[in-house]
Design a protein around this ligand. Structure first.
Ligand SMILES: CC(C)(COP(=O)(O)OP(=O)(O)OC[C@H]1O[C@@H](n2cnc3c(N)ncnc32)[C@H](O)[C@@H]1OP(=O)(O)O)[C@@H](O)C(=O)NCCC(=O)NCCS
Length: 150
C-alpha cells in the first residue's frame, strides 16, 4: 500500500524532527552503511544551525509526522532518509520526484555497500559516474557518485 505522504519545504521549526529522521534511519541502515562519526547532539546542532538555514530541505509528512527528509545543496542530494517503518511504501519515490522537479541535474554520493539505496537510485534513472576508495568521505568507506539528468 502506498503511504499518502504530503510533501513540503522544511522550516527551522522542523529541526528536531528532521534530525531524528536522519539519526533513526541512518542507525537502522547500519548493516549497509557505517555509523555517524558525530554525537547525536552534534547532529541536532548541525541540522538546526546549518542544514535548515543554508540548504533546501524537503520533507514527507504522514499524520502530522515527518517520515522522510531530502536535503539539497546546489545539484547535490546531501541527505535522503526515510524512517524505517515507512520504507518500501513509495515515500522515497515521491520525495525523489520532488527533488527532480527542483533541478535539471542531481548528484549524490552513497556508500558502495548500500545496496538497497543503490537499487533505489538506479531504478529512478541515476547512473554511477565515479567510484571512490573512501579517502573522500569522513567515514573512510568506499563510495559511489550517482548522477541523474532530467
Ligand atoms: C533507500 C531509501 C531512501 C528508499 O526509500 P523508500 O521509501 O524505502 O523507497 P520506495 O518505497 O519509494 O522504493 C522502494 C525501492 O527501494 C529499494 N529499497 C528500499 N529499501 C530496501 C531494502 N531494505 N532492501 C532492498 N531494497 C530496498 C528497492 O529497489 C525498492 O523496490 P522494491 O520494494 O520493489 O524492491 C530508504 O529505504 C531509506 O531511507 N533507506 C535507509 C537510509 C539510506 O540508505 N538512505 C540513502 C543514503 S544515500
Amino acid at each position: 500500500m502506498l503511504d499518502a505522504a504530503r510533501l513540503r519545504r522544511a522550516t527551522t521549526d522542523d529541526a528536531a524532527d528532521v534530525a531524528e529522521v536522519y539519526l533513526i534511519s541512518r542507525r537502522a541502515a547500519a548493516p549497509y552503511i557505517p555509523r555517524v562519526r558525530h554525537t547525536d547532539d552534534d547532529v541536532r546542532e548541525w541540522v538546526a544551525s546549518i542544514v535548515l538555514v543554508e540548504r533546501e530541505v524537503w520533507v514527507a509528512v504522514i499524520d502530522d509526522r515527518i517520515v522522510a527528509i531530502a536535503v539539497l545543496r546546489d545539484d547535490f542530494v546531501d541527505l535522503f532518509y526515510v524512517l524505517p517503518g515507512h520504507q518500501r511504501r513509495g515515500v522515497g519515490t515521491r520525495l525523489l520526484a520532488q527533488c527532480k522537479r527542483q533541478r535539471r541535474v542531481l548528484r549524490l554520493y552513497t556508500f558502495q555497500s548500500n545496496e538497497p539505496a543503490r537499487d533505489f537510485y538506479e531504478k529512478h534513472g541515476f547512473r554511477a559516474v565515479a567510484f571512490g576508495d573512501g579517502t573522500g568521505n569522513e567515514e573512510g568507506e568506499p563510495d559511489v557518485l550517482y548522477e541523474w539528468r532530467g
